[in-house]
Ligand binder design. Sequence first.
Ligand code: ZN
Length: 236
Amino acid sequence: MSRFAYHLPILKYHCVGPAPAPHVPTVSAAAFERQMSWLARWRYRILTFDELLEAMEGGRRVPRHSTILTFDDGYEGVYTAAWPILKRFGFPAVIFVTPAEVGTRGFASWEQLNQMAGNGFTIGSHTMHHAYLPDTPQTQLHEELAGSKAVIEQRLGRRVDYLGYPIGGYTPSAQAAARAAGYRAACTTNRGTSFALADRYAIRRVKITERDANPLTLWAKLSGYYDAFRALAPPG
Ligand SMILES: [Zn+2]
């Protein structure tokens, strides 16, 4: 099996539209639309995780100018603001949801998730209670990982193959538990655009903010130059 590293920017969003609460990282619908039209103009291919895993397992590279769009937490704004824009561009996306929060104030409902899942979106797990896994006792890991997967599968009638670690936190035992629960891959919030086949339970992402409506910063983040720039910057 091939050992090369995948250079693939995986974009991480939380909410789109009006912020449901001041602490929620949110990109306005206008900025999100500009970002999506930039991807379309430069002919980015928006992959699903299934397509990425198929390429990785087959030892194939992914096409240049590919990316994956991910949303953490399952805010309702993904349904009300982001989805209509994504539909227009024909872009799929991945939403990592927390069953304990689905349908509560500010979060998408099962019905809304079901509609998106039926239209090319992938629904992944973000654990049962948005658990920070490095602090989660071993005895709880099963419920957070296998339990959340089972609930989402039962509510949506679809397989759940992907996990997003809340707050990006993971440990070797959390990775092992994710694998044992049957996830095919898991995403962190660690910044980066490259990962190897061996890292499929620690896939890095690039956080996209309102300021990335500026095409230059969006390009820098997608190209990996942003990481190079950050690495050169003095610590502080
Ligand atoms: Zn989260």
